[in-house]
Write a protein that binds this ligand. Structure first.
Ligand code: ADP
Ligand code: MG
Length: 298
């Protein structure tokens, strides 16, 4: 596994505020890496540091195993703040200007990136006529000029409606399929859970955990059940075995099984054979949300 970006004990303070505290992480090539944390947890600060926009107080980072050289930075595209596009100009004209200023891309490349973000048909429309989702896709197109190997996106779906959010998600997935490594900062669990292969969770500048989404997620199935007679149900489920724990909460039985072993049909028919009619039965895979909540709660 090739590491595309590694951070080694990065710390950053703004006066008395410690925005990052000795944060270390490794981002593998080809991953969609989510940096997840509530507002103020240090995500934008972290991205600004690895993009050389901000200086860390201590610690180091390395791109492509080669430190932090300008030649390496050419392989990195980013969208940290909404770019200032000219409202009265078209997508093509705006990208031409961006390309000229940044020295990335060429006219051919502009057509390519517009195709990637599905704006080809609207490429000659004025920016001001674009929907928010289209504006955001154009911003991503600008970040893709010069064909970077890595793309950093800071809260890419902020402010978008559900359709816009879905379009950005699909776009991120298609970029990942093209082999681009994507690093996304987000405070939305749902977003990270839906598109990321890896996640790092930040809280008040501390890294709580990082790794493959499946590893960070709890490694168990959680089945919730309810019946009129909870005592009888509990006894019946206990008899069946295979679980790692059983607890009763709010008139529901929560049964934990090792990941992938909860058999809903077997549970249902076992209960039925024992004269129990279930009022509720569902497999609640421990979501990133509950994990995130668990981790970020004091
Ligand atoms: P996030 O992107 O996760 O919301 P930030 O990296 O923006 O978090 O901020 C982390 C912490 O640093 C917050 O407490 C924030 O208020 C503080 N902070 C960020 N930028 C500045 C700044 N320029 N000056 C002072 N404090 C800042
Ligand atoms: Mg931020």
């Amino acid at each position: 596994m090739e590491i595309i970006l590694s951070l080694d004990e990065i710390s950053k303070s703004y006066g008395p505020i410690k925005a990052l505290k000795e944060v270390s992480m490794q981002i593998p090539r080809g991953s969609v890496f989510g940096i997840l944390g509530p507002n103020g947890s240090g995500k934008t600060t972290l991205m600004s540091i690895v993009l050389d926009v901000l200086k860390a107080n201590s610690g180091t980072y390395s791109w492509f195993g080669k430190g932090n050289h300008p030649t390496e930075r050419k392989k990195i595209g980013s969208l940290l703040e909404t770019p200032n596009f000219y409202h009265y100009l078209s997508a093509v004209d705006n990208l031409n200007i961006t390309s000229a200023i940044s020295g990335r891309g060429n006219p051919e490349d502009i057509n390519r990136v517009l195709e990637v973000v599905k704006l080809t048909e609207r490429k000659n429309s004025r920016f001001s006529a674009y929907s928010l989702g289209m504006k955001q896709r154009l911003a991503i197109a600008a970040a893709l000029l010069g064909n970077p190997q890595v793309l950093l996106l800071d809260e890419p779906t902020n402010g978008l409606d559900p359709v816009g959010i879905m379009e950005i998600r699909d776009l991120i997935k298609s970029l990942a399929q093209k082999g681009i490594t994507i690093i996304i900062a987000s405070h939305l669990l749902d977003e990270v859970e839906k598109i990321c292969t890896h996640v790092a969770i930040l809280k008040k500048g501390n890294l709580l955990t990082s790794g493959h989404v499946d590893e960070v997620l709890a490694n168990e199935d959680i089945v919730e059940l309810a019946a009129a007679d909870m005592e009888q149900l509990k006894k019946c489920i206990a008899e069946m075995g295979g679980y790692s724990s059983i607890k009763e909460e709010h008139q529901r039985l929560q049964v934990h099984y090792p990941l992938g072993t909860a058999n809903m049909e077997a549970i249902n028919s076992h209960c039925f054979r024992n004269g129990i009619t279930l009022q509720l039965l569902f497999n609640k895979k421990k979501s990133l949300e509950s994990k995130f909540f668990e981790l970020t709660n004091d």
